[in-house]
Design a binder for this molecule. Structure first.
Ligand code: BGC
Length: 757
């Protein structure tokens, strides 16, 4: 706390300080005029500004000022480009500043644990590195304009079902390696002004009351120096939350929490210093925001719409393009089928719902280029009363009379939204039936998908071209036309696996839990980590995405830098005659590991523009810290020594070059105890050699006349058989020839050699 904050606090009563730690109303903080503390606004987020003008709500129901709706996270992530994310962040910061908004509530970096999560459209990826790197890009952009970001939802908000109470029961390794890692990355790389705690509980403790999360990890270990705000209505016990490190409760206005805080300070349950710290952070946020926001300029609607279009085109993933059906030739007869082409679904439902400055439809954008060659049939309607049969027949007749049919399929807002989870991953049956009928009439079909989270693609083998167009924001329609017509060369890659069946997905059977608990039974094996471990067939793998260009990879070189980072360099050649962009992905694996691991994990990536016919040497940096796993013995991240496989590829299942690198790793010393196993003692760096050399004769070795053939510990097979015996139990075996005193001395020798962790 700085001197200015101390001076300000000295002027405030306990009640005034308490009032600062809750909002003044739905969206603003409390002002205290006599102490010069301004009120500032925090509002949604994340892919556009939702500043409400009338009645306030956190469900996206009330109206809000017009703002640019950029591609939601589900789409933007597929660009795999932190610089693009940063540019979108800058635009978000500009729009927030114009509206005098101090903090925009995003980005959301929760992991897509199941495709069923109703809010997956607002989250970036199933992979923590992608989520962290892109989240940091967005935060950097937003904050470069004097506006704060709010990194949310910290943490483990991976479902909507029972979201305000459910306990996410997660083991330590997945918690740190998968669910917290993206937050850590964003905090350490981009220092968001605020972090928003999630609604849910983690292993039984509300995130809003989790001291380990909000203080130990966030502040002490990661160095966060901003403010922790609650999700809207996430505080269960205000005093417990304050003690845990939750500075600002939102929304506010009732005075209820302040009364409780004052009472807790009065009766000694809450040290006033804790209240002071929280109040000081609210004051610091308000002053910082007020000093930096420059709301004078006007919104350049056209420029931001153009950026939304560029970002949307970069987000589209070309899943399949057999026979080069795409790009479409505007001179041929094109049938555009599907209501989504005319009435785009471009954003998700709930608190992120933006009132767009304008909306482009793919139909208009395609027609503007193709003119009379293009005809449209809705194919299906969104209303139950629509006559499905006649809409289908009309579309089939159109397909039959055309050279190619672009069929727009997808999910409506009623099928996926904040607030609830899906129960299946299917497209509506009427749309699938329409597609089947169109395919009979004309096999030259391009399917264009509009969806906030993955859908099953039972037609994937029967359709020559598939474009995953997600929810692309307000310029998604024109961006889709850009890609379909080849004005933009697709370069998006899947930031989440498209499974064949819901039953194949990692959380299946463990989602959404019951009676207030959801068990993360798949552990660290989330997303592609799961499918690759089990060698499960997927519809389209993580990292997959085609281009109209063709890229050849050369042999990758791995250089271990002095600071422990890996520099992976690979030549990539664009062998086509059009410029394109490739996302080079670097995966690492350690086959012979002390812990369970997936075959490969993404550890670095880079999006690069490659001119036609040229070769670019692409260098991807893999941070040493990203090699670490969470070691439950010592409660921290540890890099395991070993020979790592470095897979460089165009997707998680399209590896183009493999090499190896030896990593010295971290020296982890775990104290030996009487509960340590014989095998652990034999592997101990200090006493191990002596154990192996001196114990064998006595322990079931020469004397048992059996498996060891007198070789004792020299024989790995024997060690395998008896290695699990705890040291303290050895004296109980008469044939071991070891006394309790021997064991005590052994343990003392091991632990005194060097202080263990
Ligand atoms: C959501 C947050 C959002 C807040 C304010 C909550 O229901 O979980 O993401 O920022 O409402 O609208």
């Amino acid at each position: 706390m700085d001197d200015r904050a101390r001076e300000t606090l000295a002027k405030l009563t306990t009640a005034e300080k308490a009032s600062l730690t809750s909002g003044a109303d739905f969206w603003t903080t409390t002002a205290i005029a006599h102490a010069g503390i301004p009120s500032v606004m925090l509002t949604d987020g994340p892919h556009g500004l939702r500043k409400q003008t009338g009645s306030a709500d956190h469900l996206g129901l009330g109206s809000s000022v017009p703002a640019t709706c950029f591609p939601p996270a589900v789409a933007l992530a597929c660009a795999f480009d932190p610089e693009l994310a940063e540019r979108v962040g800058i635009a978000l910061g500009v729009e927030s500043a114009i509206e005098n908004v101090a903090v925009i509530l995003g980005p959301g970096v929760n992991i897509k644990r199941s495709p069923l999560c109703g809010r997956n459209f607002e989250y970036l990826s199933e992979d923590p590195l992608v989520s962290g790197v892109l989240g940091a890009g967005l935060v950097r952009g937003i904050q470069s304009r004097g506006v704060g970001a709010s990194l949310k939802h910290f943490a483990a908000n991976n479902q909507e079902t029972d979201r305000m109470r459910v306990s996410a029961d997660i083991d330590e390794r997945p918690l740190h390696e998968i669910y917290l890692r993206a937050f850590q990355r964003v905090v350490t790389d981009a220092q968001p002004w605020t972090v928003m705690c999630s609604y849910s509980r983690i292993n039984g403790v509300y995130a809003s009351e989790d001291h380990r999360l909000l203080t130990k990890l966030l502040r002490d270990d990661w160095g966060f120096n901003g403010l922790v705000v609650s999700d809207w209505g996430a505080v269960d016990d205000r005093v417990a939350a304050l003690t845990a490190g939750l500075d600002l409760e939102m929304p506010g206005g009732s005075g209820h929490s302040a009364e409780r805080i004052v009472a807790a300070v009065a009766d000694g349950r809450l040290p006033e210093s804790v209240l002071d710290s929280a109040a000081a952070r609210v004051i610091a946020l308000a002053r910082k925001a007020e000093a930096r926001i420059h709301p004078s300029h006007k919104l350049d609607v056209d420029a931001h719409h153009a950026l939304a279009r560029e970002a949307a085109a970069r987000s589209i993933v070309l899943l399949k393009n057999d026979g080069g059906l795409l790009p479409l030739d505007p001179g041929r007869r094109i049938a555009v089928i599907g209501e989504f082409a005319r009435t785009p679904r471009f954003q998700g439902g709930g608190s992120s719902h933006i009132n767009p400055t304008r909306v482009d439809s793919a139909l208009d954008a395609l027609a503007a280029v193709a003119g009379d060659h293009l005809r449209f049939a809705p194919g299906f309607g969104f209303a139950a009363a629509d006559d499905a049969a006649s809409l289908r027949d009309e579309a089939v007749a159109l397909a039959a009379a055309s050279d190619v049919a672009a069929v727009f399929l997808g999910l409506t807002e009623a099928e996926e939204s904040e607030g609830f989870d899906r129960t299946h991953i299917n497209l509506p049956a009427a749309q699938l039936e329409l597609l089947d009928a169109v395919l009979v009439a004309n096999p030259n079909v391009v399917v264009v998908l509009s969806n906030g989270s993955v859908v099953a693609l039972p037609f994937a083998d029967r359709v020559p071209a598939i474009v995953e167009a997600w929810l692309l924001g307000q310029a998604g329609g024109s961006a889709t036309a850009d890609v379909l017509l080849g004005e933009a060369n697709p370069s998006g890659k899947l930031a989440e696996t498209i499974p064949v069946r819901l039953e194949d997905t990692p959380a299946f059977g463990n989602f959404p839990g019951s009676f207030g608990h959801v068990r993360y039974g798949e552990g660290v094996f989330v997303g592609y980590r799961w499918y690759d471990l089990r060698e499960t067939a997927v519809a389209f793998p993580f990292g997959h995405g085609l281009s109209y260009a063709v890229f050849d990879y050369g042999v990758a070189q791995v250089h271990l830098a002095d600071d422990g980072d890996l520099l992976v360099t690979v030549p990539v050649t664009n062998t086509s005659d059009r410029p394109g962009r490739e996302v080079v992905q670097v995966y690492l694996g350690l086959d012979d590991s002390a812990v369970e691991r997936p075959p490969r994990e993404l550890k670095g990536f880079r999006s690069v523009e490659i001119p036609a016919g040229e070769t670019v040497e692409v260098t991807v940096t893999v941070r040493s810290a990203d090699l670490a796993y969470w070691d439950t013995r010592v409660g921290r991240f540890v890099v395991e020594p070993g020979t790592y496989r470095v897979d460089v590829g165009a997707s998680s299942r399209d590896i183009r070059s493999t090499s190896v690198v030896d990593i010295a790793g971290d020296d982890v010393r775990v104290a030996l105890t009487e509960h340590s196993s014989l095998a652990e003692a034999a592997a101990h760096p200090v006493v191990g050699p002596a154990v192996r050399a001196s114990l064998p004769k006595g322990i079931f070795g020469a004397s048992d006349g059996g498996a060891s053939d007198g070789e004792g510990f020299a024989d790995d097979m024997v060690l395998q058989m008896i290695g699990s015996i705890p040291l303290g139990r050895l004296p109980g075996f008469p044939s071991a020839g070891v006394t309790a005193d021997d064991i005590r001395k052994l343990i003392a020798a091991a632990n005194s050699a060097e202080p263990p962790d």
